[in-house]
Design a protein around this ligand. Structure first.
Ligand code: FES
Ligand SMILES: [Fe+2]
Length: 421
């Protein structure tokens, strides 16, 4: 009997799905619902690319860790005694038990609960009970025999790990792809924004009942913004697609004026645009005149961060495929990541960063600080959940992207290249 066609990375069915794709139109249903496509996505995208795991302020002292699960890999993001951050695969090298059992915590060493093998904070095996010698009995006498066991061979596996401006990125590929351009731009845009020294004022973890690509596409276009995000469009008016044509010269002039000011302030400016070959995009965007931050009224919601000389520094937007977004204002930053859990489910995590010296209740009100993006992200969460519910239907068929959704098309082209490779 012939086995039913399944989607492996090189299967005919997958190649046919890719070949059938109509440029400028969104993807077929299988890309958003099929568990086999999901497996390919995980292997070809998430197990290959650099992923944002979290902020360094979560693990200030040696032995602090938090868990970051991706696919079947539990990573313990651990601060070592040498202050290095490592991504240790939390799977015991003896018989495989998990060892870092809380979502976050502190350890002086990593002790396996099963047979008590002990690892240091850098993942090296420090002790393995009774593995280097055997006890045996002859004529009522207990003897020992040395065994050929080399502890150096049994350190914890590790993923590649990089800290850039306080942002921790991990990569599970044997040979991680080049990250130097993204790293350089993260440094260039964020160097005065105080991200590396920030603290997390608020974190929000929530599920999204949607395929990760629907979430990525949602963040890649503002065709929906005028109607769904009125407060966002008010603060960042250039994203509007409904604005009158005669407003364009004034918006461009405002952009040019702000860019000159920012350059004079020594801030990173310019645009790294999206393209089918770009794994990240970024820019420093101007806000509405009179707005200095992305808050409901444009007024600061926390003290100035980093070494910014002026609160009027626009908003640095950074997108890194496949799982990282951030918006850095002069007084706070929003950083977020997603972790796909299945073809139709993701775990989302958003953190609001502020100056680490700022005191909650005195220097900032956490509700006021987070309201702007909480509202925006909740609006988006509802949109993509509803979209997935429709895409699940047999009656779903791909429709054409609007001209203002060009970055969705670029994202989809980037994605198809990854799974075709
Ligand atoms: S499984 Fe970890 S010590 Fe045995
Ligand atoms: Fe949105």
């Amino acid at each position: 009997m012939m086995a039913p066609a399944t989607l492996t990375q090189n299967s005919t069915k997958l190649q046919e799905l890719i070949a059938r794709r109509r440029p400028g139109w969104c993807l077929e249903r299988d890309f958003y619902v099929d568990p086999e496509v999901f497996k390919v996505d995980m292997e070809k995208v998430f197990m290959k690319y650099w992923l944002y795991a979290g902020h360094t302020s979560r693990i200030p002292t040696p032995g602090d860790y938090f868990m970051f699960h991706i696919n079947d890999v539990p990573l313990a993001i651990m601060r070592g005694r040498d202050m290095q951050v490592r991504a240790l695969v939390d799977v015991c090298r003896h018989r495989g038990s998990r060892m870092c059992l809380k979502p976050e915590g502190h350890m002086n060493s990593i002790v396996c609960p099963y047979h008590q093998w002990v690892y240091d904070l850098d993942g090296n095996l420090k002790s393995a009970r009774m593995m280097e010698r055997e006890l045996y009995e002859i004529d009522g006498t207990l003897k020992t025999k040395a065994l050929p066991f080399d502890m150096k061979e049994f350190g914890m596996h590790q993923a590649a790990c990089k800290v850039v401006e306080g942002l921790i990125f991990v990569c599970l590929a044997k040979e991680p792809p080049d990250f130097s351009a993204a790293e350089a731009d993260l440094k260039r845009f964020l160097q005065k924004q105080g991200i590396a020294e920030a603290k997390i004022a608020r974190a929000w973890r929530y599920p999204a009942e949607a395929n990760w690509k629907l979430i990525s596409e949602n963040f890649r276009e503002c065709y929906h913004c005028d109607d769904v995000h009125p407060q966002y469009v008010k603060a960042v008016p250039y994203v509007s697609v409904n604005r009158p044509a005669d407003s364009v010269p004034e918006i461009q002039a405002h952009f040019a004026r702000q860019e000159s000011r920012w350059k004079a302030m020594g801030l990173g400016t310019g645009i790294v645009p999206s393209s089918p070959d770009a794994y990240y995009t970024c820019m420093r965007a101007p806000l509405r005149e009179g707005f200095v931050t992305e808050s409901m009224d444009g007024k600061p919601v926390a003290p100035l961060m980093g070494s910014l000389p002026d609160a009027d520094a626009g908003a640095v937007g950074f997108t890194l495929y496949p799982n990282f977004w951030m918006e850095a204002n002069s007084d706070h930053a929003m950083v977020m990541n997603l972790v796909p859990a299945s073809a139709t489910h993701c775990e989302m995590e958003t953190s609001w960063l502020v100056n680490s010296k700022a005191v909650e209740g005195k220097d900032y009100d956490v509700e006021k600080l987070s309201k702007f993006y909480w509202l925006t992200l909740e609006q988006d969460r509802v949109l993509v959940n509803d979209e997935q519910a429709g895409v699940n239907s047999r009656f779903y068929e791909p429709g054409p992207y609007a001209p203002s959704e060009i970055d969705c098309e670029r994202f989809v082209q980037w994605y198809l290249k990854q799974i075709s490779a």
